[in-house]
Design a binder for this molecule. Structure first.
Ligand code: SAM
Length: 228
């Protein structure tokens, strides 16, 4: 069975997708989706030798070589936009900056119709900003707590027109801030407490730059506003 985190990712891969799982490592996601008969096809990409071997080994153990193609290479550059007909790209379990770098470097390898299911471990706003800049609408989001960490999943779909997100959308997520699930409340109330303590410390210190104080005050205000 999948971890809570990967299950949260898997729910956003539509039935009958041709999925590309970039940075697949153990290939748990494409293996599970294939076993559940959710896919028309799958490509698992890995750039590092060790994890690549792990991808291959797992796919072979499950006898899924015909359903899951394992490819060695950097990011989405393992994809051929004409031949592969990928409908959904998953990039999960990495930092948000790395996810956006992978997408940016690989733009020429996208066919432009793929749904992007992204699960950054950190720097979620960077991912949302990249999606907005490249005219992807954020159509779904999820948040799950597992092993003491809170993970967010962000789903983008290409649009022809520009997509507008304000600062609160980028920070909290347009879908999550509207729905405010329990793990969302937990994440932001914890962060709010931390930032309030930090502010007191900064204000009590001898030489805190005023911009630093202003930044933390602004962050606190944003969270207070989203909670109301
Ligand atoms: N996606 C799986 C998951 O969510 O459980 C595995 C996550 S694992 C922590 C991140 C994987 O991404 C590593 O196996 C790493 O080798 C791979 N990776 C990092 N940069 C990559 C890149 N530019 N292209 C392909 N894979 C990459």
């Amino acid at each position: 069975n999948l971890s809570k985190r990967l299950a949260a990712v898997a729910q956003f891969v539509p039935q009958d997708s041709i999925v590309a799982d970039i940075g697949s490592d153990h290939a748990y996601l494409p293996i599970w989706l294939t076993e559940q008969k959710r896919l028309k096809g799958a490509i698992a990409g890995e750039v590092v030798a060790g994890p690549f071997e792990s991808t291959q080994t797992h796919v072979t153990q499950w006898h899924l070589e015909d359903q899951i193609q394992v490819r060695l290479g950097d990011g989405v550059e393992v994809l051929n936009p004409e031949e592969d007909q990928v409908t959904c790209i998953v990039i999960a379990g990495m930092g948000g900056l790395l996810i956006t770098e992978i997408l940016e470097r690989g733009l020429a390898h996208l066919n432009g119709h793929e749904r992007l299911v992204l699960q950054p471990n950190i720097m979620e706003p960077t991912v949302r900003e990249w999606l907005m800049k490249h005219h992807y609408a954020i159509v779904e989001e999820a948040i799950v707590a597992e092993d003491g960490h809170i993970y967010e999943v962000i789903v983008g779909e290409p649009r022809t027109e520009a997509v507008e997100l304000d600062e609160a959308d980028l920070v909290f997520g347009p879908v999550l801030r509207r729905r405010q699930p329990i793990d969302f409340q937990l994440k932001w109330s914890t962060l709010l407490n931390k930032k309030r303590h930090l502010l007191v410390q900064l204000q009590g210190a001898q030489v805190t730059p005023t911009e630093k104080i202003a930044t933390v005050q602004h962050e606190i205000q944003l969270i207070e506003e989203v909670q109301t």
